[in-house]
Design a protein around this ligand. Structure first.
Ligand code: PHE
Length: 452
């Protein structure tokens, strides 16, 4: 049994591949699509500040907590809890993570499908000569169509399924290790173009000058939820991935590196988008279309814009893919290791069910956009419940598990690689894990739901 597990689980190959996989999971649509769009909706600077505080005080300790759990147990998310805390209810966050994975991938696949359509539009030079209003109309026209967004969603989910099935995640992760720096370079080039546009300073002020009068409880809950979403936290992705890490890896350093890279890319994406939003007179709170409406304007104002635009949407789709496979993997690893399903059947079943759940998400951008419950569409509800409810609650349980159940000694043994490394940060980490992170999550959560 053990051998079979190892064979099935070890699909990353080298240690470098695993780090690339973790970074690939974290960096995705969350950084480039969702962060700018919700920053716009929740008013800019103050939201960004709360987000950064959530990353540092809550996100980073939970990244390390997931690493400790996964590498110690060397199992999937649910199996890890069962192994470290046998006979208890601690596996519940693992189950929650499974449900969250289903919900997140349902809408993630839809948005990733949009990037494929935009890649297609970029190749066919469809943005040329269009003004900001045209580009806004183009986006609105596309997402409200019935079949086309679903077509791209199915293509994207098919790709995700195929990569997980073919067991070539390692290859994809290594390729993305080369490709993601290219994406970073394009974003920096976009940043330079954006901040030199007339009127750009207004956008930078929007992003970095906190106006606390715009901050609401709902905004704070979204900042917290997005810290989880962006770092792939709270649903066992990082438990699953770190279960493949070598016992020599420095978990704390890796956690810090991934967190800085992920946050840095989100901020750089914001710097590319908001100056342009103000320069072109786009509404910052335009919603999920913000990136798709704004950036084609910027590419048009750039020498070589045609090629940069193609490259950008191509790499964005790749970034989305390295995230989506990490989400699907949570579900598949559970089906295979706990329910003993064959990997092939598990992958196809999970991907199909998730794709079907994504269809109403896609429709809620168009024909079903008026179908709302408490002012939220189906798409909004999936995102809200998964990102702002399940991930923070899962994260709370994960960090409390390390702080209170595993405790200082076992955690120290794991983060120091059994005494090999120094861990001067340990008292601070334990304090954050036991008290700060759980309490802050609970307060923001209750406040955001209007219960506190
Ligand atoms: N972190 C990914 C992104 O930013 C999304 C994701 C969420 C991946 C949860 C895995 C788990 O795009």
């Amino acid at each position: 049994m053990e051998t079979k597990d190892v064979v099935q689980r070890d699909s990353f190959g080298s240690k470098l591949g695993i780090i690339a996989a973790v970074a690939g999971s974290a960096v995705g649509l969350g950084n480039i699509w969702k962060f700018p769009y919700i920053t716009g909706v929740y008013g800019g600077g103050a939201f960004v500040l709360v987000y950064l505080i959530c990353i540092a005080l809550i996100g980073l300790p939970i990244v390390l907590s997931e690493f400790v759990i996964g590498r110690k147990a060397q199992k999937n998310a649910i199996g890890s809890f069962k192994k470290l805390a046998p006979g208890t209810l601690w596996f519940v966050p693992g189950i929650m993570g499974l449900v969250a994975a289903f919900m997140i991938l349902a809408f993630y696949g839809v948005v990733a499908g949009w990037t494929l359509e935009y890649l297609f539009k970029a190749i066919t030079n469809s943005f040329v000569g269009k003004n900001p209003a045209d580009l806004e109309g183009m986006f609105g026209g596309f997402i409200s169509q019935l079949a086309r967004p679903i077509f791209w969603q199915i293509i994207f989910m098919g790709l995700t399924c195929w990569i997980v099935l073919a067991g070539i995640k390692g290859g994809i992760e290594k390729a993305s290790k080369l490709l993601m720096p290219v994406l970073l370079v394009i974003i920096i080039i976009l940043d330079i173009r954006a901040v030199t546009l007339p009127g750009a300073s207004e956008g930078l002020a929007f992003l970095f000058k906190p106006d606390f009068s715009k901050l609401t409880g709902e905004g704070m809950l979204n900042a917290l939820g997005h810290a989880f979403f962006s770092l792939s936290l709270g649903m066992g992705t990082l438990i699953t991935y770190s279960s493949y890490m070598s016992k020599k890896e420095n978990l704390a350093t890796t956690a810090v590196q991934v967190t800085i890279a992920d946050t840095g890319i989100a901020l750089l994406a914001g710097i590319a988008i908001f100056p342009a939003v103000f320069a072109f007179g786009i509404e910052p709170g335009a919603g999920p279309g913000l990136v798709f409406i704004t950036l084609p304007n910027v590419f048009q104002q750039m020498p070589g814009g045609y090629f940069f635009c193609i490259l950008f949407f191509l790499l964005l789709a790749v970034a989305a893919l390295t995230s989506s496979i990490s989400i699907l993997e949570v579900v598949v690893a559970y089906f295979v290791e706990e329910l003993k399903l064959a990997r092939r059947a598990a992958t196809i079943m999970a991907a199909s069910a998730i794709t079907i759940m994504g269809i109403p998400c896609s429709l809620s951008m168009g024909v079903w956009s008026k179908v709302k419950f408490m002012d939220k569409t189906f798409f909004d509800w999936l995102d809200f419940i998964a990102s702002n409810v399940m991930l923070p609650l899962g994260g709370l349980l994960i960090v409390a598990f390390v702080g209170w159940y595993l405790g200082r000694e076992k955690t120290e043994a794991e983060v120091t690689n059994e005494g090999e490394l120094k861990a001067g940060y340990l008292p601070l980490f334990m304090f954050l894990a036991k008290f700060v992170a759980p309490v802050v999550i609970a307060i923001v959560f209750l406040h955001g739901l209007g219960l506190f």
